[in-house]
Write a protein that binds this ligand. Structure first.
Ligand code: MF3
Ligand code: CO
Length: 259
């Protein structure tokens, strides 16, 4: 608990636009993705958009991570590296965007169908996204991290899918990974109390089959052990006195001057 950094209004003046930009870049990538593009072209496009918004990738160089975004296709769970692979109609691609702007980080992700996708993939994406929003709804003052974790886990498993254990959500602010950790399964060791001013990235990673994952020889790409499809949705969220606030979505975007 001691290490949790509560954000002041002054911090939020910088962190809000960082998160808005992260959301905008993810929206721009979503609109850009189509069959035939390589994941490298998607990553390059993301880098251009970040630059256009006056922001930088929070991932590039983090523990020597070599790309601007994480692009994980089909059975890839997270941390997929951009390369010469061409996206094909029917693929599902999880794109994770973290940007640094004025010293703060905004972090968000979503899984996108390339042109269209199968029924199971569609249901997997829907369940994962709904799990995220249910988890966010549990992110209220006085609740604990496990209330978020349990909400996500029960919804996902109730729909016949599984949650990844090896990677978890996290506090986010001036650093990409701050306390607390926010697992998508109940773990009493990660059970901090939620307080106004906390900013956390909630990010269910959901497998269609079994929960186990492995890391490929590139040292980064996480894939499902059983080869089943995986989806990932993430938002940066502010705990308030009232309802949680999703910082990486901005309905009043047009009124906000971010650049
Ligand atoms: N959004 C991810 C996370 O929160 C992405 C990190 S990718 C890395 O952990 F390359 F930067 F590690
Ligand atoms: Co994250």
């Amino acid at each position: 608990m001691a290490g949790i950094k509560l954000k002041s209004e002054d911090d939020l003046k910088l962190m809000r636009p960082a998160c808005v930009i992260a959301g905008q870049v993810l929206d721009e990538i979503t609109a850009f993705i189509r069959p035939g593009l390589t994941t490298r072209q998607v990553d390059n496009f993301a880098a251009e958009q970040m630059k256009a918004h006056g922001a930088k990738s929070a991932f590039l160089g983090y523990r020597k991570y070599p790309c601007h975004t994480c692009i994980s296709v089909n059975e890839e769970v997270v941390h997929g590296l951009a390369n010469e692979r061409e996206l094909r109609f029917g693929d599902i691609v999880s794109v994770d965007v973290g940007v640094t702007y004025k010293g703060f980080i905004g972090d968000n992700a979503r899984t996108i169908a390339v042109g269209g996708c199968g029924v199971q993939a569609q249901r997997l994406m829907e369940v994962t996204e709904t799990a995220l929003y249910k988890g966010i709804a549990a992110a209220v003052n006085g609740n604990r991290v496990t209330d978020i974790s349990r909400t996500i886990q029960e919804y996902v498993e109730g729909n016949g899918f599984s949650v990844v254990r090896e990677f978890v959500g996290h506090g986010v602010g001036r650093s990409m990974h701050e306390e607390p950790q926010v697992p998508n399964f109940v773990d009493q060791k990660m059970n901090d109390k939620l307080r106004p001013g906390m900013t956390i990235a909630i990010e269910p990673m959901v497998n269609a089959g079994r929960p186990e994952v492995k890391i490929l020889k590139d040292g980064w790409t996480v894939v499902t052990q059983d080869g089943s499809l995986s989806a990932h949705f993430e938002h940066t969220v502010l705990i308030t006195e009232g309802e949680p606030e999703i910082l990486t979505i901005c309905p009043t975007l047009s009124k906000l001057k971010v650049a």
